[in-house]
Design a protein around this ligand. Structure first.
Ligand code: ZN
Length: 141
């Protein structure tokens, strides 16, 4: 499935130290009424929590990423889940040795500093619903 969309507003700003990274991005989208868009950010976290989807077990396995890490890349999108703005983000996080770990951003990642860009898109709404083939809440076509 695919939809055609065009650009609307672009919001950019900085997240507060100590904020939950995923909850802060979700809060910005809900406050601004953004239900379709893309998200990117760079910065650093005090500690992280990421998920990996076990395709056989059909469930997320979550891993704590202790200690300070750079947010090398944060990329994701905004759509609708359960009638609300839903932010789906993946991150690449680098430790002091430059090694990167990454995955599906989970609640529990604490911001040290973070600069974000959220681009609102104008197009048909994308809502998530359970996909039988994967067990994931994917965009329904
Ligand atoms: Zn994901």
């Amino acid at each position: 499935m695919r939809v055609e969309a065009s650009s609307k507003r672009i919001l950019t700003g900085r997240l507060e130290k100590g904020a939950d990274l995923l909850e802060a991005l979700t809060g910005i989208c809900r406050e601004a009424g953004i239900t379709l868009g893309r998200v990117e950010a760079i910065g650093a976290i005090e500690r992280g929590r990421i998920g990996y989807y076990d395709q056989d077990a059909r469930e997320y396995v979550f891993t704590d990423v202790p200690g300070a890490h750079e947010i090398v890349s944060l990329a994701g999108n905004v759509s609708i889940k359960d009638g609300e703005s839903f932010v789906h983000v993946h991150v690449a996080l680098a430790g002091v040795d430059g090694r990167v770990v990454g995955g599906h951003l989970a609640p529990g990642s604490v911001v040290f500093a973070c600069e974000y860009v959220i681009q609102e898109l104008d197009g048909p709404p994308l809502a998530r619903a359970r996909d039988e083939a994967t067990g994931l809440p994917l965009w329904k076509g």
